[in-house]
Ligand binder design. Structure first.
Ligand code: AVJ
Length: 329
């Protein structure tokens, strides 16, 4: 992208800043306090997450990349000729590039993401690496319904949802997401999804409590973002990163714990914190192949194929969309 265009894009007001303010205030006024995990990924947060993915303790990214690299040809064979590959919440290009390199028969790549700046930069890089591919980024929150442009709608569709981002949803939300994605992608469509699996709690714990403190920084960045974008006055030194495996719910929970009684001002509203009170910032659900298979089938999809690493830390699924008639609740 030319330097000028990049500057212009950055100086634009954040397109969904109204939604951000509404969601933040609703979450912080709730009991217990929560913040939506999707707001971690402003440009600072996206950069921090990229660094997390390179930590030795953070196994998901490198494990999934290993699976994708090993089975790229097999996966590519499941994607129809001249299809549009639609990626939900794309972030970085690395994973899509593996599939696209193995699937020259794909005509269009459609990354959908709310992190507009990252989205357009990554699209530009991809165009350079795949000159014959139509790269059509969509600035949208993939949790809400979005429209496909006409030149994408007319093609066969395949979906891509790597990174175990599906683990950020509550199971019932994951079901709604899979049903909605099925409606966007259409009957018979293939959906490639990366899912993190249940494993030894020490391994899970280490992945979200790295000694370098990057996960803590990533968690706290959401408060820094609220300060930056909504003019709030969070003191980041007065909140602590907490992450633990909740086995009963089969999820890693991330929280920010207030180290003392304190008040924070956001857009003219005052939010009070008790000592030790937490903001629940993320769930990262871990599935078994049994529980994810059941979720997929209950959401209108059949499991066509499943690949894992030798340790069964992570799974990549190829789901096939079942006809809508078989899809009634
Ligand atoms: C991008 C949602 C898959 O849950 O592991 C990393 C985000 N949070 N470290 C995950 C995350 C803390 C990540 N996902």
């Amino acid at each position: 992208m030319p330097a000028l265009a990049r500057v212009a894009r950055i100086s634009e007001p954040h397109p969904s800043s109204a939604a951000f303010a509404v969601d933040v205030l609703a979450g912080l006024k709730a009991e217990p306090k929560t913040l939506p995990a999707k707001y971690f990924y402003d440009s600072a947060g996206s950069r921090l997450f990229e660094r997390i993915t390179q930590l030795p303790e953070y196994y998901p990214t490198r494990t999934e990349l290993g699976i994708l690299n090993e089975h790229a040809v097999e996966i590519a064979q499941l994607l129809p000729a001249q299809a549009a590959l639609i990626e939900f919440g794309s972030g970085s290009n690395t994973k899509a590039s593996i599939l696209l390199a193995a699937a020259p028969h794909i005509a269009a790549y459609v990354p959908v993401d709310i992190s507009s700046e990252v989205l357009h930069q990554e699209a530009e890089d991809l165009r350079r690496n795949f000159p014959n591919l139509a790269v059509i980024p969509i600035d949208a929150d993939f949790c809400r319904p979005f429209e496909l442009p006409a030149d994408v709608a007319m093609r066969p569709h395949a979906g891509f949802f790597p990174g175990s981002t599906i683990g950020n949803f509550e199971p019932h939300e994951a079901c709604t997401f899979l049903r909605n994605a099925g409606r966007i992608l259409g009957d018979g469509a293939v959906f490639i999804i990366g899912v993190d699996l249940v494993k030894d709690r020490a391994i899970l714990h280490a992945a979200y409590n790295d000694p370098a403190g990057l996960t803590a920084k990533f968690n706290l960045n959401i408060l820094a973002r609220i300060n930056r974008e909504l003019g709030a006055n969070f003191n980041l030194k007065c909140f602590e990163h907490h992450a633990f495996f909740n086995r009963e719910r089969s999820r890693i929970e991330m929280h920010l714990a207030s180290i003392k009684r304190q008040k924070v001002k956001i857009r003219g509203e005052t939010i009070e914190f008790r000592p030790g009170e937490t903001i629940h910032t993320e769930n990262s659900y871990k599935y078994t192949t049994k529980s994810f298979g059941a979720l997929a089938r209950g959401s209108g999809w059949a499991v066509q194929a499943l690949w894992t690493d030798a340790e069964e830390f992570f799974a990549v699924y190829a789901l096939v969309r079942q006809a809508e008639a078989a899809d009634a609740d």
